[in-house]
Write a protein that binds this ligand. Structure first.
Ligand SMILES: Cc1cc2nc3c(=O)[nH]c(=O)nc-3n(C[C@H](O)[C@H](O)[C@H](O)COP(=O)(O)OP(=O)(O)OC[C@H]3O[C@@H](n4cnc5c(N)ncnc54)[C@H](O)[C@@H]3O)c2cc1C
Ligand code: FES
Length: 274
């Protein structure tokens, strides 16, 4: 982890409130893993605290973030221009553990609620990179949002070979409802030993990777009470102060005591939280 000055190479509006920001950083690109975050100093005169953002994707030495307008900090960030410098600290925290999917031959179900899709593109790329060409496990992405306008990155996942299912609350695209119903329907189709083209009696199962609002993550944890063999890693959002484990501002209660989202997380085993 390091404090760096980076020069913005791309900052563009993708949808009404969502922006893609890209810069070159060999240091971050070489060290970051999916689910880790960067802490951005937006404008220290107006916003004292840094803002945390997940790493959206990495292409060679280019690092991308994906952000949605929320308040003052993200509004200011959206007004930066190509060539401006940005002060960042990162990569921070513990991200997703992809090894259990690859080594354990587990099918991967990525569940995204709204802007929660941000870290899952980097994760999807990493999973694909780690799975060898002969891997027959299924990779599925469930995308949920209020409207079609808020469905993000669908074509990127498809290009990587993921099956994508979409749910919108206003039924403007895909299934009418939430990503939670999609997940329930999907899990009800899993054979006892997980999805696998090879069948057999080895212990195949499924890993879920989720990012989205806390109520969505809570619903997933309730669904998983019925599926004790399924593991879920979830990325949690929490207000942050220092971002480096020094202030306890981002603590959340887990079954084994309080943990810091910026340092112990942001990715936790869902069963550790609920
Ligand atoms: C680990 C992590 C990863 C994140 N990744 C992304 C991402 O990839 N894309 C994205 O759009 N957003 C992401 N967020 C949320 C993002 O940090 C907030 O939207 C942003 O800080 C809001 O700042 P603001 O000044 O615009 O909003 P304001 O509401 O004005 O912010 C005021 C204060 O609240 C904090 N804050 C507000 N909302 C949140 C929130 N949901 N989570 C944490 N702190 C918040 C701000 O950091 C700031 O200190 C992530 C949050 C965390 C904790
Ligand atoms: S933000 Fe300070 S400990 Fe996590």
């Amino acid at each position: 982890m390091k404090e760096l000055e980076v020069r913005i190479e791309i900052l563009k509006k993708l949808k009404s409130q969502v922006y893609l920001l890209g810069f070159k950083s060999f240091y971050i690109a070489k060290r970051a893993s999916p689910g880790q975050l960067l802490h951005l100093k937006v404008d220290s005169k107006v916003t004292i605290l840094r803002r945390p953002f997940s790493i959206h994707k990495i292409k060679k030495d280019k690092v991308y973030l994906f952000f949605k307008l929320r308040g003052r900090g993200t509004k200011l960030l959206s007004q930066y221009k190509k060539g401006d410098t940005l002060n960042i600290i990162g990569p921070l925290g513990n991200g997703f553990n992809c090894r259990s999917s690859v080594i354990g031959h587990r099918s991967s179900v990525l569940v995204a609620g709204g802007i929660g899709v941000a870290p899952l593109v980097f994760l999807a790329e990493k999973l694909k990179e780690m799975q060898n060409a002969k891997c027959k496990m299924q990779n599925i992405v469930l995308l949920g949002a209020r409207t079609k306008e808020e469905i993000l990155c669908e074509s990127e996942f498809k290009k990587m070979g993921y099956k994508v299912q979409v749910a919108t609350e206003d039924s403007s695209q895909g299934f009418k409802g939430t990503v939670i119903t999609l997940l329930k329907n999907l899990l009800s189709t899993i054979p006892a030993q997980g999805w696998s083209a090879s069948g057999g009696n080895h212990q195949l199962s499924t890993n879920i990777y989720a990012c989205g609002p806390n109520p969505m993550l809570l619903e997933i944890s309730k669904i998983l009470e019925k599926y004790p063999q399924i593991n879920c890693q979830a990325s949690f959002e929490q207000f942050m102060g220092c971002g480096i484990g020094a202030c306890c501002g981002c603590s959340i209660e887990t079954k084994s005591g309080y943990k810091k989202v910026c340092k112990d997380g942001p990715v936790f085993n869902l069963r550790e939280i609920w």
